[in-house]
Structures are given as structure tokens and as C-alpha cells.
Write a protein that binds this ligand. Structure first.
Ligand code: FES
Length: 247
């Protein structure tokens, strides 16, 4: 598949509508493209460039900055074994070696059946459960060699289909609204900040005494659009209410 399919094109257009500038939706749309194909094809990136009003080379140049994007086909399951310090001390290199033996590919490679791509990863932020791996960005920690083999068997058999989505799926929640600023001025806010608030939004509407805490946030539903209030001291947050389960 090269270009975004109709469903993903609709998702891309929804994402574009969240931002004041089309190109601000570039990275989220690239994640949609990668979710579709498992990697960013040249044709796919050209399609994304058309959608956001950039040149294909600008899309590639931006995407290539990020480690999470792939430019070659990958297996259905992207298995990343962390070999950073905490995991290394807990036997990560032995685990990686074992993974190479079990899957029959060196790290960086993809199995002949296209099921697995194996990666040697930097810290995956699950240091407390070292050694750990991610499979399509789902975490599996405290793994010994037998656990790893069981994990591979479970993936092959489809037993983990409900837990580990097909390749490339970074997130299973979808944003429906743009980036908003709430709680623009709390105890530390200035008069200028207050003046920047839209009509009806009062600073420090909450109940907590702690500056910057949730108690300083305006009541739910009173949001500031960062695109028109850049001069405030607002902290941008993504309202959890903006996230919803996938269809
Ligand atoms: S060192 Fe492995 S998750 Fe941090």
C-alpha cells in the first residue's frame, strides 16, 4: 500500500483540522501512515506531503530525525530489546543473543516469514522491570530467556492479538481536539496574562492552593486555544477527555 487508504485519509484530515497550520499535523499523520504499512514508503510520504502542503523531501527530512519511524518494510512485530544500563546489568545482552537465536536473525534483521523484526534498543523507560522488550511499543518486562520464547510463541499463535496490535501502531487512542492550554494563569500569573484570557475565563478557578496545580485550572470546558494566545504563561496540556478508545 502506498498512499493512505480512505479510512486513514479521513483520519489525516481530522488531524489537520486540529491545528492552525496544516503542516503541524505532519508527525501525527506519519504515525497513521506507519500504522497502515508498518513503515514510511516514499509514495506514502509524498501523499502526506501533498496533504500538509510540504515537499516530499521536507517530509522525509523531518521523519528521518525520529528513531521511531522506519523507512524500510518491517515485520508484523517489531521486537526491541533494551540493552541500556539497567537492562544490561540484568542480562540484556544474553537476552538479545537468545532472541537472535530464537528468531534466526541478527538484530536489525527481519525473519523470512515477515513476522518479526528484531532491534537492539536504547532505554525503553521500563528500567524498573529490566530486562525488558517492547513489541510494537507494548511493554514486556522482567523477561528471562524462557519468558522470551513464550512471548514469541504467543505472538506467533495470535494469543496476544488483543494486546499487541499489528505493526506500527503507536497509540490506540485518537485525538479529537487540538492542543489546548488550560489554567493559563494561576497564583504566578500577571495582569497581562489575565488580559490574554478570553471572555469568561477566570484565573485560579480551581480549589487547590498550590500554584500550577490542577486546582488552578479553569473549570472544565474553558480552554485557551494556543494558536491565538501565545503570549500567556499557559502550560499546554492534552485534556484526557480528548482521548477516546479506538473504534
Ligand atoms: S535501561 Fe532498559 S528500560 Fe531503561
Amino acid at each position: 500500500m502506498a498512499r493512505l487508504n480512505p479510512d486513514n485519509l479521513a483520519r489525516a484530515q481530522e488531524l489537520i483540522a486540529l491545528y492552525p497550520e496544516r503542516r503541524s499535523a505532519l508527525i501525527p499523520i506519519l504515525h497513521v501512515l506507519q500504522e497502515q504499512d508498518g513503515y514510511l514508503s516514499e509514495d506514502g510520504m509524498a501523499h502526506v506531503a501533498e496533504l500538509v502542503g510540504l515537499e516530499p523531501v521536507e517530509v522525509r527530512g523531518t521523519a528521518s530525525f525520529y528513531d521511531m519511524f522506519h523507512f524500510e518494510p518491517v515485520g508484523r512485530y517489531l521486537v526491541a530489546v533494551c540493552t541500556n544500563i539497567a537492562c544490561m546489568l540484568q542480562g540484556a545482552y544474553r537476552l538479545l543473543e537468545h532472541a537472535e537465536e530464537t528468531l534466526g536473525v541478527a538484530h536489525g534483521g527481519t525473519t523470512a516469514d515477515g513476522m518479526f523484526t528484531l532491534e537492539d534498543a536504547e532505554c525503553l523507560a521500563l528500567c524498573g522491570n529490566a530486562p525488558c522488550v517492547t513489541v510494537n511499543w507494548r511493554f514486556f518486562g522482567d523477561l528471562d530467556l524462557q519468558d522470551f520464547d513464550r512471548l514469541v510463541e504467543d505472538l506467533r499463535s495470535g494469543r496476544l492479538d488483543g494486546e499487541v496490535p499489528a505493526h506500527g501502531t503507536l497509540s490506540r487512542v485518537r485525538r479529537r481536539q487540538g492542543l489546548m492550554a488550560v489554567g493559563a494563569v494561576g497564583a504566578g500569573g500577571s495582569a497581562a496574562d489575565t488580559a490574554a484570557l478570553p471572555d469568561g475565563v477566570q484565573p485560579g478557578d480551581g480549589t487547590s492552593d498550590a500554584p500550577g496545580s490542577a486546582g488552578d485550572l479553569p473549570a472544565p470546558g474553558t480552554h485557551l486555544d494556543l494558536s491565538t494566545h501565545r503570549s500567556t504563561t499557559a502550560t499546554a496540556v492534552v485534556d484526557a477527555a480528548h482521548l477516546e478508545s479506538p473504534k
